[in-house]
Design a protein around this ligand. Sequence first.
Ligand SMILES: [Fe+2]
Length: 498
Amino acid sequence: MTDADLGLIRPTSTRRPSGPPRPRHEHIADARRSFANVERELDAELDPSDGEVPRELHGTLLRNGPGGMALGSEGLQHPFDGDGMVVRFAFENGRVHYTNRFVQTAERLQEQRAERPLFRGFGSNLPGGILRNALRLRFKNTANTSLVVHAGKLLALWEGGVPHALDIHTLRTLGRHDFDGALRNRGASAAFAPELPFSAHPRLDHETGELWNFGTLMGLRPRLLIYGVSAAGALRVERDIVLPRLHFIHDFALTRHYFVFHVAPVAFQMWKALSGVVPPADAIRGEEAPGAFLLVPRDGGPPRRFATSPGFCFHLANAYEDSRGQIVVDAMRAARFPDLKALFDPNAAPDASAASRLTRYVIDPRTDAVLESTLAPSVAELPTIHPKLNGRRHRFVYGIASKLERPAPIYDSVMKVDCDNGSTRVCTFRDDIPSEPIFVPRPGSHEEDDGHLLTVVYRPRQHRSDLVLLDARALAPVATLPLPHHVPPLFHGIWTAR
Ligand SMILES: [Fe+2]
């Protein structure tokens, strides 16, 4: 496949030293530099180095990701465990104001005072071997995965615990937000998990203003909790479902009648994590067995399972019900659950089976049949759509993509897939690494792809980052705004009109 086949566009704004293409291992090693500590919290006016910021862009891009990766001389073993750092780009009259602030979780404050790591992470053990990690089941709430604005609150999310509330204008941390105690764990597992998990991928019901989310509780009887948050911000546990076995569920989708989960079989070597031999992320392994969709009726009926091929979906782009009552789910599917450690390890062997591609599943609840097809050939992740189409029929899916047969963090392109005709456009940044593209609709337009895509691009050679605006229709650069320092390209962001 050639670049032309992919509709590949190279941004003129990528200022890349000339010279021969670099060996792939250099590219990967440089990508790891993106996880270096961000040392400063800044406020700055950004000036475009290329193009102009459209005056119609009025609102705020917020992104979250790991910004604090080392404390003293101790580096974390996995980017999953970096302290959450929120970046804010406020757009007004063609100007952009930049702010970055760490989420000041209780754990981060304790560690900063002690000047050393005090908590295990999902992917990182404490220094000191088994003696310091065995039976240590309280993990750091990193607040580093995503954000949501709902009921007048900005929340930083991490899937293993409760959200943290932030001031939407200053990003000052206001504290843990357990919805007035509704996320307090009152069950038998409270001893090691005093707070119920609130995933990093909530979904908004645009008709009711309710926010829906879930959490998975590990244990001998794993449970899937589904939460409803009213438009006024009150949380209730809507469903409490005992799972027949443990699954690693990171995302879900919401249709008119169903909560939609893709569940893939994983083996959790509990003793390894409990004994401190390895962090939990290294104790989870994918299994060669069929996966399934779990459809939980929103009206309270029993969950239904629909078998799929083996495979694992970290992220679901969207799901909706078509005119025939079938449930259409677009997801990034890999052939198997990835080795979470190898995902970010430059020395790990390339693993094509862990590379995900945009895949369409069509579930027929009358026949139990699930049709499965690959929508785009590119290795891709972090799918996004027009934000108003959540739960409704969409045509376009955006994401980050790579031609390399290997998952993150070496995605080098932003991708747009037309799900109606299968055509794919790719805007490549070559040696540079874009973040999840966030679609911002053009005010007043009803065309699904009429608007801009916002992405923060990490430039490994210069160890810095730019905010890049793309025209979403042509996937062509509109403006590039250099940031005063580097920003790691992980994980998720949102656009808010505020
Ligand atoms: Fe995610």
